[in-house]
Design a protein around this ligand. Structure first.
Ligand SMILES: Nc1ncnc2c1ncn2[C@@H]1O[C@H](COP(=O)(O)OP(=O)(O)OP(=O)(O)O)[C@@H](O)[C@H]1O
Ligand SMILES: [Mg+2]
Length: 337
């Protein structure tokens, strides 16, 4: 990769204070998202994937569900002018501007992210007025064009629909059109197809691939599902209990996973001959995710790991071992193998 990365996460940590104690949801996570690259962030439920997305979007520590968060580290983002800014130090106004324009986000449940009392055309047009400075008439016409671009048939008609008048797959297309409205540099997709049936899921993934090819934006794609990773991702970051356990190109990770957790996840990829909406890809990995209020000492995966060595894996946290080809993994046993 020659161009400097679009986003560099450095030692990103997020703690939540709760009535039960401090949840160390994300612990010193560092990775890059390159220009024109799709990075998949993978890990089972509670591993911190959405919290990382919220940190990038500037949704933590400012109110709402993430107001009890304390964030540290750096999120170096290269803007359109090429200058790097730290997303964690922006003020509210800068953050809002960046959110609509440079960073777009697509969520799992489009209904909650759409405004129920505005037509979908109005919602896209509104963004274009605010962020791209279009007039009302220009924005309305452009909104129809954007609906067409995300594969919505009869877009002029559909622009007049309210979200509840659309199917789940169509709503997700609208949400993608909204996220893409200002041609963001980075699109964050947090399990955008989990709530959809398999056929629609495949259509949405195909749409994202097409849009990505056309726009050269970068994508952070969050998923449980290594089947999706195989279809979509250039690079993969694997999280376990808030920590990175492995990173590498999708090709390398599939060919030779180094961390036992990654191996476990890959072994748990749903088989195509089974109805994949009935199986969480990770659900068949033995054991359960640890309690976030009391993570195990040492390697957080060691209680579930068939390779764990007493006195080694339950002692210090494993450091990252770097391999050729920008591959890294954090495992005491494999590092010494
Ligand atoms: N506002 C909050 N207050 C307290 N704890 C929180 C808050 N938000 C997230 N957490 C905790 O942070 C941890 C990581 O949550 P996160 O939502 O990032 O998981 P995830 O990897 O996205 O899981 P899933 O696959 O289920 O979406 C969890 O233990 C979660 O309970
Ligand atoms: Mg999540």
């Amino acid at each position: 990769m020659t161009a400097p990365p679009l986003l560099q996460l450095r030692d990103l940590s997020v703690d939540f204070s709760t009535d039960m104690g401090i949840v160390h949801a994300v612990d010193r996570v560092s990775f890059d998202i390159g220009t024109d690259e799709i990075v998949a962030l993978v890990g089972e439920s509670g591993s911190g994937k959405s919290v990382i997305a919220q940190a990038i979007m500037g949704l933590l520590g400012v109110g709402g569900a993430g107001r009890n968060a304390r964030t540290s580290g750096q999120l170096r983002f290269r803007g359109r002018d090429g200058a790097a800014i730290d997303l964690l130090t922006l003020d509210a106004e800068e953050r809002r501007r960046l959110r609509g324009r440079d960073i777009g986000m697509v969520f799992q449940e489009p209904m909650t992210a759409l405004n129920p009392v505005l037509t979908v055309g109005e919602q896209i047009a509104e963004l274009l007025r605010v962020h791209a400075g279009l007039t009302r008439a220009q924005a309305a016409a452009e909104a129809v064009a954007r609906l067409a671009e995300v594969g919505i048939a009869a877009p002029a008609e559909r622009a007049k629909s309210y979200p509840h008048q659309m199917s789940g797959g169509m709503r997700q297309r609208v949400l993608i059109a909204i996220a893409m409205a200002c041609q963001p540099l980075l699109l964050i997709a947090d399990e955008p197809t989990t709530a959809l049936d398999v056929t629609v899921q495949a259509q949405i993934l195909e749409l994202m691939r097409t849009l990505k090819r056309r726009t050269r934006m970068s994508v952070l794609f969050i998923t449980h599902d290594f089947g999706i990773v195989a279809e979509l991702a250039d690079r993969v970051v694997v999280l376990y209990a808030g920590r990175m356990v492995e990173e590498g190109s999708a090709t390398d990770i599939f060919a030779s996973p180094r961390h036992p957790y990654t191996e476990g996840l890959l072994g748990a990829v749903p088989r195509l001959d089974l109805a994949s909406d009935t199986i969480g890809a990770v659900a068949i990995l033995p054991g359960t995710a640890p309690d976030p209020l009391a993570f195990p000492a040492g390697c957080r995966f060691h209680p579930r790991c068939t390779h764990a060595r007493p006195g080694l894996c339950d002692g210090k946290a494993p450091a990252m071992t770097a391999l050729a080809g920008a591959r890294r993994f954090a495992c005491h046993v494999r590092a010494s193998a």
